[in-house]
Ligand binder design. Sequence first.
Ligand code: MN
Length: 237
Amino acid sequence: RSRGLGDVYKRQGITFLLSNINFVLVIFMKIQWLGHATFRIETNGKIIYIDPYVLPKNSPLADMILITHDHFDHLDTGKIGEIRKPGTIFLGNEKTVKSFREIMVIGYWETRDFNGIKVTAVPGYNTGKRFHPKGDVSGFILESEGKRIYHAGDTDLIPEMNSLEEIDVALLPIGGTYTMDMEEAVRAALIIRPKIIIPMHYNSLQGLEADPAEFRKMLSENSSIEMETAHPNGIEI
Ligand code: MN
């Protein structure tokens, strides 16, 4: 079909907005890793946080907050209080609502569309560890401005990752103990095949020791996937 005014489309990995007959606007989405599993994403004029637990002072207020699971380092009601405003949308799973009643529940593989910002919840869980049983953790795919960002949550490498398609940026835990370690995250990367990986959930709590430089090396030896820390200034894609 032919493109119309306001259409967002992608060519060679670059996102365009057809703004009028004669020129296009290149659209960037900004992704910042704030620490641990906390990300701030600016897209479509909105500010979205995932698992706000590490927050600089005077962080911009949230239009949307995604919570992967109910553990203290992911669902922190004090931190949520610092960035919420009237109208902030909260999304999480059944279990998170027990700790924070304002959360809107989104089940695995369900998608909700908020004026063009689409959020899909996907499974996350441990295999051979007891910390995160299936159902307790949600990963999220955030789709906006023609780009797809995947936040894995606290998970191991799981077969459902085979179903994730056209991910531009994957936010993957590498700290081990409670989640994937670096080696497992490289294997996950080869399945998900994003353009960029931002590692998370490492060096922030005890038992999460990992070396992002080593992770970058392991990735580059096995793939053309790039690693970014997206900290503190973030990346634009
Ligand atoms: Mn955690």
